[in-house]
Design a protein around this ligand. Structure first.
Ligand code: PDD
Length: 522
């Protein structure tokens, strides 16, 4: 009922404006004749009359413009939709706008990939929307500037972005620009952007604005991709991300990596990201060389890189990718159980996917961007029990290769801080020593218990680091950890510790640990 009333009211308003326009054109015509009568003013009075007539002509022209804007706004209802390539449409409008742009000192840059899927548009209406946005940009850049038009695909949407380097808008203005009759421009009808919004929404799309005063404005339009194109089946339109897991092609969402995969558990993996520009991999050889080097450095063998390169090229061709990236990750694969050293017979997991590239730095590259300075903690936060464990994995493997149970990390100054997956204790001059908690070690839970047990047993204790050079004086050494419990160490790199047997302090703490574990079970 209410809807019906609105329709009637809108029709009435439309009819009213048409009627007014007819009278306006008579008015305009007569003003034109009158101004010609005063073409060569003879007296001061004639000159004044001519000025007034011209002002009236201006006002009359404005009323015609507002009426036209109003009718365009009201006209957005019954759409004649047909599949349209957005690229061609944008190009047509930019061409059409070219002379105006040149006069206004505007440079228009268009980045629309050639392989975007078609969208269903009412061409005339959508051209109107684009024209309004071009005019809006021109008005925002009264002293000239740059307008970038970019299109890209999201899974279900086609995204069109217009970025100008104009005067920008405050947040308050941004919140009002799509309201009918709001305008910051003297003489503006305030219907340009509301019409754009109405047109975009009538297509099932959405428009948003981001702006910064003195920097510029970005309008983002999202248009729905019709289902036939959205699943990539429409000819020449597939830009769906395509993944490949161990040689098998599949959608990225279907890729499953086993929980025991070492990339997931330990960060025991290497990766590359490669750009695809106009359908061709860029600097592919260099990236593949670095991948080979990374694989070699962490001793992942058996990856056929030429075969992988071939698969990547085939995927790019199959997906008709133009502007895209390839993400490659090779992990050491999955072991039979979780353990730091390399599993005996794991097969590397080879994963890559090709994905359309939506440039996130387009604006920053134009305007420049800001950065912040942070301490380099790569990876200096051993106190965080993170799965960023590749250094620990390599250390544990080095121990295994050397026929040892564990590897102890040594700092640049010779300090022995902890093991690859254990905490370290030593006995020096009858005193139990262990590194104090800091960013350099993991605050071991077992370490904490052992410290308590030592205190209870009245073993002299000092949280203090010891160095490699102290080893000859160290009488006992042991490791602690959830899986290692209290583990005596009697040799370091072939050098004997103490008398080469587990020492008395270690034995007492082993017993105390067992006792504590038993008490929990009771
Ligand atoms: N690791 N230091 C490191 C680097 C460790 O990874 C661990 C434990 C420890 C001993 O912490 P706790 O006493 O809380 O277990 C010290 C586990 C056992 C592992 O990665 O398997």
């Amino acid at each position: 009922m209410l809807q019906q009333q609105f329709v009637e009211l809108a029709e009435l308003a439309g009819g009213f404006i048409h009627e007014i326009k007819n009278h306006l054109s008579t008015l305009g015509l007569n003003l034109q004749l009158l101004s010609e009568d005063f073409g060569q003013p003879q007296s001061q009075r004639d000159r004044r009359s001519l000025e007034r007539i011209q002002r009236l002509q201006g006002e009359c022209g404005r009323l015609v413009d507002v009426s036209n804007d109003f009718l365009r706004f009201a006209r957005v209802k019954d759409l004649e939709l047909q599949p349209v390539g957005l690229g061609a449409l944008v190009e047509e409008m930019v061409d059409f706008f070219g002379p105006t742009a040149r006069q206004a000192n505007l440079e228009i840059k268009v980045y629309v990939p050639a392989d975007l899927p078609p969208v269903l548009l009412d061409q005339d209406l959508f051209k109107q929307a684009l024209l309004n946005l071009l005019l809006n940009a021109q008005q925002a850049m009264s002293a000239g500037g740059e307008l970038t038009i970019q299109a890209a695909r999201e899974p279900d949407w086609l995204v069109l972005v217009l970025i100008d380097t104009g005067k920008g808008m405050t947040e308050e203005v941004q919140s009002k620009i799509f309201r009918p009759f709001f305008s910051t421009r003297p003489g503006g009808s305030g219907l340009g952007l509301p019409t754009v919004r109405k047109i975009v929404e009538a297509h099932g799309g959405a428009i948003s604005v981001e702006s910064e005063v003195s920097r510029g404005t970005k309008f983002t339009i999202r248009l729905p991709i019709p289902p036939a194109s959205a699943n990539g089946s429409a000819k020449g339109t597939s830009v769906e991300t395509i993944a490949n897991l161990n040689g098998k092609q599949m959608p990225l969402a279907e890729v499953m990596v086993p929980a025991l995969d070492r990339g997931f558990l330990f960060g025991d993996a290497v990766y590359e990201v490669i750009r695809i520009c106009r359908g061709k991999p860029f600097l592919m050889a260099e990236h593949m060389q670095r991948l080979a080097r990374s694989l070699d450095a962490i001793r992942i063998g058996g990856v056929d890189l030429p075969r992988m390169e071939q698969r990547i090229r085939e995927t790019i061709a199959a997906g008709k990718f133009q502007e895209a990236t390839v993400y490659i990750q090779v992990t050491r694969g999955a072991g039979a159980k979780r353990a730091h050293p390399f599993p005996p017979q794991a097969t590397p997991l080879e994963l890559f996917w090709v994905q359309e590239f939506v440039d996130p730095y387009l604006e920053a590259r134009q305007h420049g961007a800001a950065v912040t300075v942070v301490p380099d903690i790569r990876w200096d936060r051993c106190d965080i029990k993170s799965t960023n464990l590749l250094p620990n994995v390599l250390a544990a493997q080095a121990a295994k290769d050397a026929g040892c149970v564990e590897a102890i990390f040594i700092e640049k100054d010779g300090t022995l801080c902890e093991g690859s997956h254990t905490s370290l204790f030593g006995v020096l001059d009858g005193q139990l020593l262990t590194a104090p908690n800091s960013n350099a070690i993991l605050p071991g839970i077992t370490r904490g218990l052992v410290l308590k047990l030592a205190e209870r047993a009245k073993i002299p204790l000092r949280e203090h680091v010891f160095k490699q050079v102290d080893l000859p004086k160290i009488s006992e050494l042991f490791l602690t950890g959830t899986t290692s419990e209290v583990l005596p160490i009697v040799r370091v790199d072939g050098e004997q510790i103490g008398d080469g047997k587990p020492g008395p302090v270690t034995r007492r703490l082993q017993e105390a640990y067992q006792q504590a574990a038993r008490e929990t079970a009771e």
